[in-house]
Design a protein around this ligand. Sequence first.
Ligand SMILES: *Cc1c(COP(=O)(O)O)cnc(C)c1O
Length: 373
Amino acid sequence: MTIQSFIPPRRILMGPGPSDISPQVLQALSRPTVGHLDPLFISMMDELKQLLKYAFQTKNEFTIAVSAPGSAGMEACFVNLVEPGDKVIVCRNGVFGERMRENVVRIGGEAIIVDDEWGAPVSTDKVEQALKDNPDCKILAFVHAETSTGALSDAKALGELAKQYRVLTIVDTVTSLGGVELRVDDWQLDAVYSGSQKCLSCVPGLSPVTFSAKAIEKIQSRQSPIQSWFLDQSLVLGYWSGEGKRSYHHTAPVNSLYALHESLVMLQNEGIENAWRRHQDMHEKLKVGLEKLGFKFVVEESSRLPQLNAVYFPEGVDEAKVRAHLLNTYNLEVGAGLGSLAGKAWRIGLMGYGARPENVSLCLKALEETLTN
Ligand SMILES: *Cc1c(COP(=O)(O)O)cnc(C)c1O
């Protein structure tokens, strides 16, 4: 049997990512591939750095996209900053905090865990206590927007604490970048990573990262070499910068970078504060409709992510069946619960291009028709 071309249906992606991609970004993806050391491609990479700095609200020179998904951005931050024996405070209030701990331990660092309940933000009081108890701690690591629970933590306050206790920060902004306020410089965050497929609404497989001068200093004063060759950012830097002469490190995913460039141009044209507001507005609309249908939010209003709505479904709902029905009948994908919320809650994403009135209306209409029949 001859295998045919794969033609996916057009789904409406309202899960935890990947999110809906605009036709404009998909078009950029299909432009002709050029060589990755072509001078025109290099100037596109330079623009990309500038656009990423805008998205992160930073002037950090080292601001690039790792050629791999968000998990690789996470690993890049840990493997570059953490040395064997380093004490790292890891905040864990969902799936991704636990992955941070895994990273620290595999590098040979010592993870000091600050636990908070699933659905709660990271407690700044607990973090301050951990900083007091561990004066030899080097790094504080936390997730800004926990996609597994829909909770937003106070990255500004945590950044301030870290500076007060003279530790560096590693911050997961995979779901927050482009969706809620994030100011890397004002909040003095050090090593920050994100992903292309959440609120930037680009194709999956790229991880924007930015390192402060202090983070670079820590990397440069390492006693031991970085264990990962591919993620060694001092090598990657030679590929992403240098006047005219760029050294080959790996082959950049050329077309995916066109797509990221395009999605960041869209963000720039909208204005980042407008994008934050749009996510909030769409969330408010969705919230009213969901509550009418009997859904209850997992997270307290004060720390609720607009772009990731974790909700307990109404009693008696056969959740897997309803999700399958939404997918098959409406081409609508919503996310299942993860970890301790599996089988109890859904995660409805309003990310990037997906955060628009049509999606909110469709989701509410599809839910209403499905649940009342
Ligand atoms: C999606 C996500 C990641 C992982 O990104 P991948 O691109 O799937 O590797 C990490 N952290 C958070 C908070 C995420 O939402």
